[in-house]
Design a protein around this ligand. Structure first.
Ligand SMILES: NC(=O)C1=CN([C@@H]2O[C@H](COP(=O)(O)OP(=O)(O)OC[C@H]3O[C@@H](n4cnc5c(N)ncnc54)[C@H](O)[C@@H]3O)[C@@H](O)[C@H]2O)[C@H](O)CC1
Length: 174
């Protein structure tokens, strides 16, 4: 898959020699910046992050352990069910699956995906697509080939491709 190839190239000596952790931090920064452009902390103060079992969700990775430690120090609660995650929430970040998702959703993620399908809360998906639901925003990497990059303002990590969006279109930040 082209997105996977981009990661491999970015981590190669000729592609910049990025570490996995750097790419993860940059991906997280892009998602965070795209969110702040579309959903202010005044309008969407409470955010639930649905984190998956792979690198998209950063499960069992040192970066994730650091983030979890930070959440505990900042009294950011962890919930053990999608229903709890969606209670008292203004925005959901879908970090469940990335480019290695395949086939029908398998347990134990069926209830989480169903909860995202059923909710009216805006969802920001940080991967190539929502699994059967329509995210309100998709933060994705552009395919490398045939890239027609828009101008990224300043040092921004993202730009709203739908700035002149038609009503009802899913905002896409890239
Ligand atoms: N160099 C890199 O890999 C970087 C990746 N980044 C992000 O990581 C994901 C790719 O990570 P990977 O672990 O390969 O895949 P996923 O995150 O999609 O998770 C796969 C995980 O999910 C399970 N799974 C797959 N299909 C199903 C299913 N139908 N039902 C249930 N479970 C499923 C599978 O068993 C694995 O455990 C990439 O998208 C990036 O977002 C970093 O951002 C940068 C470096």
């Amino acid at each position: 898959m082209a997105i996977k190839a981009i990661d491999v190239e970015l981590m190669s000596p000729t592609g910049g020699g990025f570490s996995f952790e750097q790419l993860v931090e940059l991906a997280g920064l892009s998602v965070a910046q795209a969110i702040t452009k579309e959903y202010s902390k005044e309008s969407h103060p409470r955010v639930a992050v649905f984190s998956g079992p792979g690198n998209n969700g950063l499960d069992d990775k040192p970066v994730n352990q650091g983030l979890m430690k930070q959440c505990m120090e900042l009294d950011i609660p962890f919930v053990d069910s999608p229903e709890c995650g969606l209670r008292d929430t203004d925005l959901v970040v879908d970090a469940i699956f990335g480019f290695s998702f395949s086939g029908e959703v398998r347990q134990p993620f069926v209830s989480a995906i169903q909860a995202l399908k059923d909710t009216a809360i805006p969802i920001v998906s940080g991967n190539v697509r929502g699994e059967g639901f329509q995210p309100s925003m998709l933060v994705k990497m552009e395919e490398k080939w045939g890239l027609n990059l828009p101008q990224f303002p300043g040092t921004d990590q993202c730009v709203d491709l739908n700035a002149q969006s038609t009503p009802g279109q899913t905002p896409t930040q890239t």
